[in-house]
Design a protein around this ligand. Structure first.
Ligand SMILES: C[S@@+](CC[C@H](N)C(=O)[O-])C[C@H]1O[C@@H](n2cnc3c(N)ncnc32)[C@H](O)[C@@H]1O
Length: 321
């Protein structure tokens, strides 16, 4: 079956709004760049490598939950769904679900479109009987799916605790958009990282090999290409640590020396040790996560966790409108 690439969906980073968003963040009192800019083609490969690290427990913990409770998950969801993978990356997690869920259509959505396109091409060869569509979309502000996505039995798949990249208010708005795009016969299968020991969290986001550091620093090269800026990677240092008060891991890039970054139409001076905030990864307690889903309009919920209660995989069905 051929993979569909809808002609009416432009590249998600081609818009002039991208430059404006980056500039606004860099000029803010506390400079920030959205974590969605961590993912160019190299960033997506570095994230794949992070998932292999012994320190990075979320991927293997979530996979172990699927391996252990796959039959129950399949019973809760049922066959023949339109499986919509939000931030699909290398599509590996969806591939593990196919033999359990037998979806009628697989729709992989990702801002890192070139990486996604290669991944879904490989996947289609492995599963030629499943209809597949790859969509390059930025879903941080809106979730508009083109007509090629079947309207019935939409099951959104949002693994890896990517929801943690949003603040709780943004997460609620995002989940409400997912609810609005769902039908009552569908649902949301979401992976949520749970609050745990600080040392585990610190190590997961600042690993011994420095892969997470490379992932974070690569954002500067991606911004250089998108904005025409002159960030020099050696002038910056990766920071990743758990902020218990905010219940989130934070990643920052800290200037090793006083410096100025320039781009067409703008510039920003950074003092030594001044930082750019590049990612939050909020951790939830299970009742908080369930409360958020309920607030967003999801009702019946099944939740599966690992024996250490490090991670939760939740299937939530939309409440009737
Ligand atoms: C943490 S990775 C998770 C990848 C994979 N789903 C997993 O669980 O291993 C986040 C993924 O979401 C994509 N992504 C991040 N922000 C996005 C956005 N605003 N719109 C679309 N995709 C986004 C990234 O390119 C990346 O592939």
């Amino acid at each position: 079956m051929p993979i569909t690439r809808p002609a009416d969906v432009p590249h998600p980073l081609a818009s002039p709004a991208v430059g404006a968003e980056l500039q606004q963040g860099l000029l803010a009192t506390h400079a920030h760049v959205s974590p969605k800019f961590l993912y160019d083609a190299l960033g997506s490969k570095l994230f794949e490598a992070i998932c292999e690290l012994p320190e990075y427990y979320p991927t293997r913990t979530e996979a172990a939950i699927v391996a252990r409770y796959g039959a129950e998950i399949a019973r809760a969801i049922g066959p023949g769904a339109t499986l919509i993978d939000l931030g699909a990356g290398n599509c590996a997690k969806a591939a593990a679900l196919f033999p359990l869920l037998h979806p009628a259509q697989y729709v992989a959505v990702d801002i890192s479109y070139d990486f996604l396109h290669e991944a879904i091409g490989r996947l289609q060869q492995r599963f030629p009987h499943i209809e597949m569509t790859g969509l390059g979309l930025d879903f941080s502000q809106q979730l508009v799916l083109p007509a090629v996505v079947r309207p019935e039995r939409r099951v959104f798949f949002y693994p890896g605790s990517s929801i943690g990249n949003f603040t709780p208010d943004e997460a609620l708005a995002f989940l409400q958009r997912v609810r609005a795009a769902s039908d009552e016969a569908g649902g949301l299968l979401i992976g949520i990282d749970l609050v745990k020991d600080t040392a585990l969290l610190d190590a997961a986001y600042d690993d011994a090999l420095g892969v997470t550091a490379a992932f974070n620093l690569n954002l500067l090269r991606h911004v250089n290409r998108l904005l025409g800026s002159d960030f020099a990677v050696p002038q910056w240092r990766h920071l990743g640590y758990y902020n218990a008060q905010e219940q989130r891991v934070e990643m920052h890039l800290e200037a090793r020396e006083a410096l100025t970054v320039r781009w067409p139409g703008g510039a920003r001076q950074f003092a030594k040790r001044e930082a750019i905030h590049t990612e939050n990864s909020y951790k939830y307690r299970l009742p908080q996560a369930l409360g958020l889903l309920e607030q967003a309009g999801f009702g019946t919920v099944h939740a599966w966790t690992d024996p250490d209660q490090w991670f939760a995989l939740i299937y939530a069905r939309p409440l009737a409108r």
